[in-house]
Design a binder for this molecule. Sequence first.
Ligand SMILES: [Zn+2]
Ligand SMILES: [Zn+2]
Length: 308
Amino acid sequence: MKKSLFKCSKGKCQNPAIIHQKYSGLHLCEPHFIEDVERKVKKEIRKQWLIERGDTIAVAMSGGKDSSSLLYLLKKIFHSRTDLEFISIAVDEGIKGFRSVTLRNAEKIAKDLGVELFSFSFKKEFGFTLDEIAAKGFEQAPCTFCGVLRRKVIDRKAKELGATKVATAHNLDDEVQTILINYIRGDIARLSRLRGRRNEFVPRIKPLRGVPEKEVALYALVAGIPISTVQCPYVKLSFRFTVKRMLNEFEMKHPGTKYSLMRGYERMSEFLPKEGRELLKCERCGEASASIICKACEIVERMRDGKN
Ligand SMILES: [Zn+2]
Ligand SMILES: [Zn+2]
């Protein structure tokens, strides 16, 4: 870590700063930075009423910096809440040279934190890996398929395991990217879904929603959470990746852009239509779905028919 010439801006604190938050104008030392991240997580949990008495919370674990920090933070914040139970779910998409590495990390972290980890795979659930999907050369980026199938496995397994909430590690950057992607596409339904809850699924909570990606990484580093830095080989093919780069450039030139986009969306979301459409039952798997055949089953059929 770079030694900073700046002192921490908090009160009379004389510690050297480890971060300069351009968007807030603050320089923060290690303890004050940790406090700041944890404050943001607690605020998000309060704001969204994310955790209720007696909850069993399934944390979706990939073993990367975000989900590892999330599990660590939840265990730390709620260590005295004996009414809560934490479990973790990992999904092996079948991405050679990538997922096996991060999954080993997920296993280690879950074990260190005393949380049971349940592992599943695309191969077992659907009969094929993400590498096999990518090899088909469909028009859409592999990430599109991966997102749908991951969500499906996590939803299904969380329910089977008796979880009452699923916690995902989406950080500020992820959320703001999703908002912008949906603005660009004018996807009103997805924009309203981003906040709402649907009763048919185990409700999803995103405690890291208010923390910038860089700060999640720095938090993991200072908290001594082992993280794997291997990147998914498919990421660069996605539309999201372009949006991510663009947002980072905005943030560099105009600090505060990401928070501003988030606040703007929150103000606007009051005017978005409430999702009134009844969910159907997928004809193939019988699970709740927005269409007659759910997105996951659609992918399974495409893989079987070899259509692209
Ligand atoms: Zn300080
Ligand atoms: Zn289905």
